[in-house]
Design a protein around this ligand. Structure first.
Ligand SMILES: Nc1ncnc2c1ncn2[C@@H]1O[C@H](COP(=O)(O)OS(=O)(=O)O)[C@@H](OP(=O)(O)O)[C@H]1O
Length: 400
């Protein structure tokens, strides 16, 4: 009975052309509403130009600037030049206050230079990043943001960018491109702010970030440990003498008027006394910084990657890193080629791309010539610290 009534009314609708159109229009409208609804859900999972704002204070850091509406505009985040850094003491609180006005200014400039480099790195990364395909957008949408389980904590100019870029090839690693500087400059923003910077990960994937200044930040070990005592730490170390020259070269590229390397190295040229308050020198005293980390983390939770071997045998070093992270060795020598023009190993295929990829021009700069006597004096200065470091890590890095 009911069935025949329904058939009857449907037949009545269909037989009238006006009603037929009305029914078709309603169906189209419902379909349109459904598509709109799906798109809202889908678009919300796409990498957006506007990311959620974070609680905490305004920092003007490389990781974002808040707009009036309380949202962080990624465009301004990418385009805004870094702000001058106010706390110039930052990583060097342990230093006695013997630093001269000139060296304080230089440190300030160095922080500016670092920020400019962060910005350049991030921009290069963004330019390289492929347009998300529909499929990758869908996969980006799934999963959730997690605090990093592994962090590249140092050292500045050690080869940290190369390591992170190489690791990103691994399907089980998701990493944030820019340096968050959470455990040194942005700690007051809170862990939710930090988590929000991370890419979404699926079950079994590892979230990573790199901020090389953590290694020399006195508070960083306690802070990372309080986030998670299980955090795996990776330190890329490089001959402290070439590291210092590389550090100086970076500052020089941004501020061509700074004093010579030699005049910054020595407190007194005649006596050959090294100015250990200069950050370029200070960072290379690895044993001292490591001591601080060992107060909070056991040695087997810290992996030391040789910056030199990362260049001469990237696949070998990447093998060790994958083992340390408990991952299948997927990144092998098949992923690398040596680019003669760049003078460094490059990726045959970068993450999310089918094209070869070398690091940008801020990586692999030509160093200025330093007088061999100055280099020798620095070698003598670092030797005992290097020996201590080899002893602590159980690994001879061959710098002496
Ligand atoms: N594959 C590859 N390509 C280019 N550069 C490479 C590579 N592997 C290691 N390196 C070395 O990385 C040095 C820069 O180190 P970082 O990335 O740690 O620098 S930074 O602290 O993030 O500014 C950089 O130092 P400089 O040569 O002094 O520029 C490089 O020597």
């Amino acid at each position: 009975m009911e069935y025949s009534l329904l058939c009857h009314s449907l037949h009545a609708c269909w037989s009238s052309p006006v009603k037929k159109k009305l029914v078709l229009l309603s169906i189209m409208f419902l379909l349109w509403v459904y598509m709109l609804y799906s798109c809202v859900g889908y678009c919300a999972t796409m990498p957006s130009l506007v990311v959620e704002s974070y609680r905490g204070k305004e920092t003007g850091s490389a990781v974002g600037r808040r707009t009036e509406s309380g949202r962080t505009d990624l465009v301004s985040r990418l385009l805004a030049k870094p702000q001058p850094w106010e706390d110039i003491e930052g990583d060097y609180e342990e230093q006695p206050s013997i630093r001269t006005a000139a060296s304080r200014d230089l440190l300030n400039n160095e922080l500016d230079a670092d920020r400019a480099e962060d910005w350049e790195e991030m921009r290069a990364e963004q330019q390289r990043a492929p347009e998300p395909s529909a499929m990758s957008s869908f996969s980006n949408g799934s999963g959730s943001k997690k605090l990093p389980q592994a962090i590249i904590i140092g050292v500045k100019k050690g080869g940290t960018r190369a390591l992170l870029e190489f690791l990103r090839v691994h399907p089980d690693i998701r990493a944030v491109g820019a340096e968050p500087h959470f455990f040194d400059r942005n700690y007051d923003n809170g862990l939710d702010w930090y988590r929000e910077l991370m890419p979404k990960t699926l079950e079994g994937q590892i979230t990573m970030e790199k901020t090389p200044s953590y290694f020399v930040t006195r508070e960083a070990p306690a802070r990372i440990s309080s986030m998670s005592r299980d955090t795996k730490l990776i330190v890329v170390v490089r001959d402290p003498v070439t590291r210092a020259i590389s550090d100086y070269t970076q500052t020089l590229s941004k501020k061509p008027d700074i004093p010579s390397f030699e005049s910054l190295t020595f407190k007194n040229r005649t006596t050959g006394l090294i100015d250990t308050s200069w950050s370029a020198i200070q960072i290379g005293i690895y044993a001292k910084h490591l001591d601080n980390w060992l107060q909070y983390f056991p040695m087997d939770q810290i992996l030391f990657v040789s910056g030199e071997r990362l260049i001469s045998d990237p696949a070998g070093e990447l093998g060790r890193v994958q083992d340390f992270l408990g991952l299948k060795r997927i990144i092998t020598d098949k992923h690398f080629y040596f680019n003669q023009t760049k003078g460094f190993p490059c990726l045959k295929k970068a993450e999310g791309s089918s094209k070869p990829h070398c690091l940008g021009k801020t990586k692999g700069r030509t160093h200025p010539n330093i007088h061999p006597e100055v280099v020798q004096r620095l070698r003598d200065f670092y030797r005992p610290f290097n020996m201590k470091f080899y002893q602590m890590t159980g690994h001879n890095f061959g710098w002496d």
